[in-house]
Design a protein around this ligand. Structure first.
Ligand code: HEM
Length: 256
């Protein structure tokens, strides 16, 4: 084999890709992200409480300026919130065959394997691989400790720890948002509305905290670049799948 042929063969091996996301699931992810950013920006702009300003009064003034006052700002927030919920509802019903396996994957946890993954991945990312073997030397097999990072499926447990609250939190945000919107025409300023405001606000804060880690891990963290690219192309290189999602990789290979 000539050098040129051998380089071409190596390239072909390197670029072999595996299907990871459908075009529709990619669209739904970015639609979700765009709605989240818009609802967050406009939602913070709706807060008119000097003691409760996450980013400061200037943001509230700016948002109200852009949309021509508080009433318009509230209206666009409600319209985009309803659009977000309706599009997702239609997606879940129409594409149950895609959504059900996703939910099954997200909610499947193997406590022994996944806790060890969280501990070891956390140590590896902060202190490096050597620290894992040092810890192994200290624990000497106690608590079932092993220094290897356990294999993971389509999603690793870190991704699941964000996906679960973001999905459940999304449901809570929509339900409380509907109660708050209904207060315009009924319910008014009753206890359920007051509770809905508090729960809506706290849930957004909770999911947003996870979102910061999600965005860091997905778009900035070294080694996760192929997953980020797959959110546009739908594909990941085989070697990435083998190293990061071995159980999924094996499943796909067995099914071939
Ligand atoms: C705006 C910046 C965002 C970026 C750069 C980003 C990036 C990504 C990437 C790269 C994946 C694919 C991971 C993989 O294939 O292994 C993913 C998946 C996912 N994203 Fe995002 N995302 C963003 C916003 C959001 C928002 C706003 C939400 C919801 C609140 C969200 C929820 C999810 C969920 C539930 C998954 C599947 C499970 C997971 O990988 O955590 N993302 N995201």
């Amino acid at each position: 084999m000539s050098d040129e042929q051998s380089i071409q063969k190596d390239d072909a091996v390197e670029t072999e890709q595996m299907e990871r996301h459908t075009k529709l699931s990619i669209f739904m992810h970015w639609f979700n992200a765009a709605c989240w950013l818009f609802l967050l920006a406009t939602g913070i702009g709706l807060i008119r409480n000097a003691d409760l300003q996450p980013v400061g009064g200037w943001w509230t003034d700016m948002m109200r300026g852009i949309f021509g006052g508080g009433a318009n700002l509230l209206l666009v927030h409600e319209i985009v919130g309803v659009l977000w919920a309706v599009v997702f509802l239609v997606y879940v019903i129409a594409k149950a065959k895609e959504v059900v396996p996703f939910l099954k994957e997200i909610f499947t946890i193997d406590p022994k394997r996944d806790v060890l993954w969280l501990v070891n991945k956390g140590i590896q990312m902060t202190l490096g691989y050597k620290a894992l073997y040092k810890l192994d030397g200290i624990l000497k097999g106690r608590f079932g400790y092993k220094p290897e990072i356990p294999d993971q499926g389509f999603y690793n447990v870190g991704q699941k720890m964000f996906a679960i609250p973001s999905i459940l939190g999304g449901v809570v945000i929509v339900v409380t948002g509907v109660i708050m919107t209904a207060s315009n025409v009924m319910l008014e300023n009753t206890a359920p509305v007051q509770w809905a405001i508090l729960i809506h606000f706290l849930t957004v804060g909770f999911v947003f905290a996870g979102l910061l880690i999600h965005v860091y891990m997905a778009s900035i963290a070294a080694g996760e670049r192929p997953a980020f690219i797959s959110m546009f192309t739908g594909k990941v290189p085989e070697d990435y799948a083998m190293h990061h999602h071995k159980l999924w990789y094996d499943e796909v290979r067995e099914g071939r």
